[in-house]
Design a protein. Structure first.
Length: 258
């Protein structure tokens, strides 16, 4: 509790880092902040062409099926790959001044989360233009699953950012790891297409429940199953608790390792 109180005391620092990241991310680029929307749209176009025209997934309105899962996945994967180096990127600040080191992964994941929220304006615009049916009760569950994914991403990012200080190669391995993880998560295909004999592997993947819940709400227009929400929430809390403990133990020697 004392650590949480200390983090609350440094909340202005977190907000400042989030603002700096959001303002400086596309500084100097021609399109600027528009890249927040353009990047997922370009990925959507490529995946839709491959799976609708070439590999023929045979899913109605595949672009919608993919889009409502792709945006949350981009948030999660970017939090991991970029967040792994958030301590290294601020090493001068870590060496010179005292502050709770948890501030850095929290600020990074929060800035990615804000990006995802902005991208959801595009999602809802596409859903409205396609005249998709949205269930009001299901949409009210959306903030819950967003919060669960934020907690999950923060837990993993805290682990990766702390371990990367000691093992620098992890930063480069994460790109391959997240790519493999994406194909082992039902982002580009429905979970029903996974053979029964290996579906238990997917049940161990916390992002399976998160992506399934997003798709139930936004694509199928129905309430996510309570089992899905509870599984995602429990795994998110476990991951954040584990990430926090690992980060707290490893952060004691950050200065010496940097």
């Amino acid at each position: 509790m004392s650590r949480l109180e200390e983090l609350y005391a440094y909340r202005e620092m977190i907000f400042s880092l989030v603002r700096r990241d959001l303002k400086g991310r596309y500084k100097g680029s021609v399109l600027g902040f528009f890249w927040t929307f353009l990047n997922p749209l370009l990925q959507l176009a490529v995946y839709t062409m491959v799976f609708s025209l070439i590999m023929r997934a045979g899913i109605e309105d595949y672009y919608l099926f993919l889009f409502v899962a792709l945006i949350p996945w981009i948030f999660f994967s970017t939090s991991l790959t970029g967040g792994a180096s958030c301590i290294m990127a601020q090493q001068d600040m870590v060496k010179k001044i005292y502050f709770p080191r948890e501030v850095l992964p929290i600020a990074y994941v929060t800035s990615q989360f804000v990006n995802m929220l902005l991208s959801f304006f595009v999602i809802f615009a596409v859903l409205i233009c396609s005249k998709s049916t949205l269930h009001l009760g299901a949409v009210l569950c959306l903030p819950i699953i967003m919060l669960v994914e934020y907690i999950l991403a923060l837990g993993f990012t805290m682990i990766m950012s702390a371990v990367t200080v000691y093992i620098r190669d992890l930063e480069y391995l994460l790109g391959i790891f997240t790519m493999a993880w994406q194909f082992l998560t039902p982002v580009m295909y429905p979970i029903d297409q996974v053979p029964e004999q290996i579906r238990w592997v997917f049940s161990l993947n916390p992002m399976t429940y998160v992506i399934t819940a997003y798709r139930d709400i936004l694509y199928y227009g129905k309430m996510p199953r309570l089992e899905t929400l509870l599984s995602a929430a429990v795994l998110g809390v476990i991951m954040l608790s584990a990430g926090w403990m690992i980060f707290y133990r490893l952060q004691r020697h950050f200065v010496e390792e940097l």
